[in-house]
Each structure stands twice: as C-alpha cells, then as structure tokens.
Write a protein that binds this ligand. Structure first.
Ligand SMILES: *Cc1c(COP(=O)(O)O)cnc(C)c1O
Length: 405
C-alpha cells in the first residue's frame, strides 16, 4: 500500500513517540484496508500544501458522470475561475488531468517540433527538467544558465534569441521552487512582444501566490499545478494557452499523443455540446472548484499580499536566529524560501526531527546539484504569519537543541 512507502520512518533519529505513531504502518500483519490512517502534518515544504477544509469537503460530494449536464456546467465554472486566477484574456484555459509536470511536457510537445530551437533559462532543478523534456521531444536546446539562488537575466535570454532568431520558444520558470527565486516575467513578456518567438512559463509555484497576468504579460503557454499556492489537492495541471500558440499547435508537423491534445481537450472542457475525450477525475475537479472559489473570493491581490507578508515574517524570524536565505534578495519568491543549512548542521536530520517531533514537513535540496538548504513553503492556506512563526520557531528550536547537545 502506498502509505507504507510514504510513511515508513527513515533514519535513526526517530524518538519513541514517532515510533508509536508509526507502528501501524510499519507492521507487517495488519489488515490493509482498516488501518489506512495517515497522520496529519503541517505541510510547509515545496508542496503539496495542506488543502483548505472546503477543498477536502468538496471531494466528498457525489460523483457525477463525465457527460452529465450538471457536471458540464461545473467544468465551465472551473474554466471561468481559472481564467481569472491566471489573469487570462481570451486564452484557452483548462486543467489537465495530471500533475504539474504534465503541463510542462504538454507545452513542449504541443509547441515544439523535433529540430526546433528552444531557449531555456536554467537556474535550478525545474529549469533543468524543462531541458530534459525538450531534449526528449527532439528540440535543439539552447540553455541559458545562472547559479542556484540567482535569476536568469532577461538580457541574456534576449541575447540567446539574437543568436538564434528562428527559435520557436523561450521558456522560463517563473517561480523556481528548488531555490526560491522569482523570474521577472512581466518584463520578459514585454521585451518579447512583437517577436515571433513564443513565451512559455512554469507557473507551478506562482499561480495563486504571486502576481501573474498571462494576458497582459503576453505569456503564450503557462502551466501550473493544484497543490501549491491554490491550496487544492494534488493531481491536476491548469494551463493557459494563447491564440497564437494554438495556431502554432494546429500547424505543427508531427502527430501528438491523444491524451493531452489541446484541441480535443478544448472540445470536452470548453465547447458545448461537449465531446467525450477522457473521464475527468471528478473529486479533483470539485476540489479545484472549491479552491478557486476561495481564491476569487479573497481577491488575487489580497492573496499575493498574504503570501508576501508570510514570507517576510519567516525571513525576519530566521534572520534574527542567524540563518540566511539562498535567493538573491531582489528576486525572492514569496511562497518558497530556501534557507541555507549552517556549517556543521545535518540538514536531513533536522528535517526528520521537524517531521517526527513537530509534525512539520519542510523540504531539503532537490537533486545532486542543490546546495545544502531547507525549502520552506508557505503556500495557500499556510501562507500566514502564525504559520511562519511556527515553522521558524520549530526550525530554530531543533537547531539550537542539536548544537547544544
Ligand atoms: C512542483 C513543481 C513542478 C512539478 O509539479 P508536479 O505536480 O510535482 O508534477 C514543476 N515545476 C515547478 C517549478 C514545481 O515547483
């Protein structure tokens, strides 16, 4: 069962209370169905974040058939709410039936033919993942690298475009969750306007948490997920596709897999009467509807401000405790703070203590290229100063206790 792998305690640092709490999942002769009882955690890592109570309630509503007219109305409401969250103006907006990574792969596959030149900014793990996906699709990738913790200056992306004027796409991670850096995306969109090259942005950790206006900024393809700043359950990938990106899609030379064909998805999600394409994950759709309703009721600007204030509080608390953030202060990403692990501290052991003694999940460095960091996410429901205080306090407490031992 999934819970066994997810929850089996790792490492020698566990205390007795943790062992007791996990006895039911580490035992061998339990009856599988009756003992599924994941512990409740405060999820302050790079995502998922804790879903809002309204989201969890929505997931228990009655399942409807995927062609039921009442469900079809709900789908259109989700499309409308998503368009508002994205700041869309006429883009095709819908959630893919898979996670954030599928949004990345669908963008590359839909807009790039094998042999096309693609310029990708890489300043962390997710930029590198874009490169890998583009290479798998046969693109000729021009990488523009920056150090982890820095942003990729737009001048360097434009310089690469001057060197490769026929490039099909410039792709950038708006919110690099592996380092806590925000890309100046509005500026990049403005600088690319009037050019033939499409702009693709990874908005997985920005949608619902950081200012984002795909319409005004000229983003041709944006993708995100549901489990980070939107505060929904994991499992879907909202995308926003501009009219000219759809025209490129229609004109592409290669045939695409059926599952993520943008036009077939449009005929199911947006066009009425709907044409069957796949069976939507109905509880996920309800969850997303509830989460987006919360976003729209709160107001986007208030929500961005809430994420900013939580991050500022967290930075102030850990700064006072002598810790430093990785990201360049001019380009810090509010929903995710990467904290440098101080000299001599065992980052992984601290993470385990936070999990098992405080019930708080934070992330570590992602991938072999990562510097020693903890990644603290204050996203969605958890983006508030009280949670910032709780996580900062727990982190400093664990560190202080370990260093005085
Ligand atoms: C989380 C994340 C992804 C991947 O999303 P999944 O839902 O895990 O597939 C992609 N890009 C960034 C920047 C992310 O933070």
């Amino acid at each position: 069962m999934v819970s066994v792998t997810l929850l089996s305690p790792s490492g020698p640092e566990r205390r007795d209370d943790a062992r007791t709490a996990h006895a039911s999942v580490s035992g061998h002769n339990r009856s599988p169905m009756s003992e599924l009882s994941p512990p409740s955690r405060l999820l302050c890592g790079p995502g998922p974040t804790n879903a809002e109570p309204a989201v969890l309630e929505a997931m228990q509503l009655p399942i409807l058939g995927h062609m039921d007219p009442d469900l079809q109305d709900i789908l259109l409401e989700v499309v409308d709410l998503l368009g508002r969250a994205y700041g869309a103006s006429g883009e095709l907006v819908l959630p893919l039936q898979s996670t954030g990574t599928s949004g990345m792969e669908t963008g590359i596959a839909s807009l790039v033919d094998p042999g096309d030149v693609v310029i990708i900014g890489v300043n962390g793990y997710f930029g590198a993942r874009m490169v890998e996906i583009a290479e798998r699709w046969g693109a000729e990738v021009v990488r523009v690298d920056a150090d982890w913790g820095e942003h990729v200056p737009n001048e360097r992306l434009l310089g690469a475009l001057d060197d490769h004027p026929g490039a099909r796409l410039v792709a950038i991670v708006h919110a690099e969750t592996s380092t806590g850096v925000e890309h100046p995306l509005a500026e990049l969109g403005a600088q690319l306007s009037g050019r033939d090259t499409l702009l693709m942005a990874d908005c997985v950790t920005s949608l619902g948490g950081v200012e984002l206006r795909v319409g005004d900024w000229g983003v041709d393809y944006a993708y995100s997920c549901t489990q980070k700043c939107l505060g929904s359950a994991p499992g879907m990938s909202p995308i926003a596709v501009s009219e000219r990106a759809l025209q490129r899609f229609d004109a592409r030379r290669t045939t695409l897999p059926f599952t993520f064909d943008l036009r077939l998805l449009e005929r199911y999600w947006v066009n009425r009467p709907a044409t069957y394409h796949h069976t939507v994950p109905v509880p996920q759709v309800y969850a997303l509807h509830a989460a987006l309703t919360g976003v729209v009721e709160e107001g986007l600007e208030a929500r961005w401000e809430r994420h900013r204030a939580a991050a500022a509080r967290f930075a102030q608390r850990i700064g006072a405790g002598g810790l430093e953030l990785l990201a360049d202060p001019e380009h810090r990403l509010a929903p995710l703070s990467a904290v440098r692990v101080p000299e001599g501290a065992d980052g992984a052991a601290v993470q385990r203590e936070l999990l098992y003694e405080h019930g708080i999940e934070v992330g570590g460095g992602l991938g072999p290229a990562a510097p020693p960091i903890w990644r603290v996410g204050l996203m969605g429901h958890n983006a508030n100063e009280a949670t910032a205080d709780r996580v900062a306090g727990a982190l400093l407490e664990v560190l202080g206790r370990r260093s005085s031992n």
